[in-house]
Design a protein around this ligand. Structure first.
Ligand code: F6R
Ligand code: MG
Ligand code: MG
Length: 367
């Protein structure tokens, strides 16, 4: 049997330059050195280190499979080293996502976010790594749905017989920690009944129905639920395989031409448009946003990452960015009012709950 390849994105916010807006170069360099060493030690085959906003992103090609304790420990130790650099520079919120002191076999539940896929490489294996900041995993529900189930986005669902059988979506209920699998197009309404609730039901994996080929993986960690209190939105990542019986790269990118509203932005407590940007603009400035997303295209060759192509660094997405700016103006003008601000149960600064609590005894019966 052919050797299987695994692509892992493991990411964490270990501290940021000038507030929560970008990763310091020294942290990126420290992470690159740790990755280079792991490559020389043949623990990983290849890597790409980058950031989206204040999140340090490790994209790794290897053969250790999903949930490998060796790979997760490598990522954890790399984040620990970068945290040290962050602390020395007194960067802001150094070690923000390092919620536990010790590694225990898997980074899930410790703070960092993970999207991983193990697969047998096809003759040619194009893949897109999506990296988002100032939002939560549910931000991927709408675009992933459209990529794999909406023929008005993905022409291949109609035109390419290889996709005609549809896709199976694995959905996670992040509150109950349970999963359900639903198939499109047959169960499209059931699927939408769940994934429209983006704070709770998150698309985790997508498989091609005809042969169960793994087509997409999204990080589903919810930091707020892990830590029991607000420690920052979990800024999701995702991997999507493309072409030859899967959605084409252009179909995978198309949903992002609509900068849909996502939960996050300032203080993880507002709805803002998800703005598709090239790496050079992957920093969150205005009102700590607007929420950003980067798309990096790779060709995977024997677990090597050939690339990346910076896919949103393209005038074809200028209008989406300009629309996102207009939406940002509009949403921002709501100030502390819903629906500019998230509903109270989603506002992730716990301090506000105390204010509400303190006001309780001051209420008197309405006459
Ligand atoms: C959102 C985020 C930022 C911070 C904001 C306040 O995910 O990271 O918007 O919430 O900059 O940060 P603190 O409370 O650290 O001053
Ligand atoms: Mg931060
Ligand atoms: Mg972040």
């Amino acid at each position: 049997m052919a050797r299987k390849t695994t692509i892992s994105i493991i990411k964490a916010d270990v501290g940021s330059l000038a507030g929560h807006h970008t990763v310091h170069e020294d942290c990126l360099n420290t992470a690159s050195k740790a990755m280079e060493k792991a490559k020389n030690d043949e623990l990983i085959v290849d890597y790409y280190v980058t950031h989206c906003g204040d999140d340090l992103e490790l994209i790794m090609g290897h053969t250790k499979g999903e949930n490998s304790s060796e790979i997760h420990e490598l990522a954890w130790n790399t984040f620990k080293e970068a945290t040290e650099v962050s602390r020395n520079l007194k960067l802001y919120a150094a070690g923000q996502d390092m919620l536990k002191d010790t590694f225990s076999g898997n980074v899930k539940g410790l703070g960092p976010g993970v999207a991983e896929m193990e697969f047998e490489e096809r003759i040619s294996e194009p893949i897109v790594a999506f990296l988002a900041d100032k939002t939560a995993p549910g931000a991927f529900n709408l675009p992933i749905f459209r990529i794999f189930a909406d023929p008005f986005c993905t022409a291949g669902l109609v035109i390419d017989p290889a996709m005609h059988g549809g896709f199976r979506f694995e959905i996670m209920d992040v509150k109950e920690n349970k999963v359900i699998t639903l198939k499109t197009p047959d169960e499209i309404y059931d699927l939408l009944a769940l994934i429209g609730t983006t704070g709770r039901y998150i698309i985790k994996n997508v498989y091609r129905a005809s042969d169960n080929l793994l087509a997409a993986a999204v990080s589903t960690t919810r930091l707020s639920l892990i830590a029991g209190k607000y420690v920052g939105k979990d800024d999701p990542v995702a991997l999507v395989r493309g072409q030859h019986g899967l959605p084409a790269i252009g179909e995978i990118l198309e949903p992002f031409a609509f900068p849909h509203l996502v939960a996050g932005w300032m203080r993880g407590s507002h709805y803002g448009p998800l703005m598709p940007v090239g790496l050079k603009n992957a920093k969150c400035t205005r009102f700590d946003g607007p929420p950003r997303i980067v798309a990096l295209g790779f060709q995977v060759r024997d677990a090597q990452l050939v690339g990346p192509a910076d896919l949103f660094d393209d005038p074809a997405f200028d209008r989406a960015r300009s629309t996102a700016n207009e939406i940002a103006d509009y949403m921002k003008r709501h100030g502390p009012f819903e629906p500019g601000r998230l509903g109270m149960e989603e506002v992730e600064y716990t301090g506000i709950q105390k204010t509400l609590q303190d006001l309780k005894p001051k209420f008197r019966p309405a006459s």
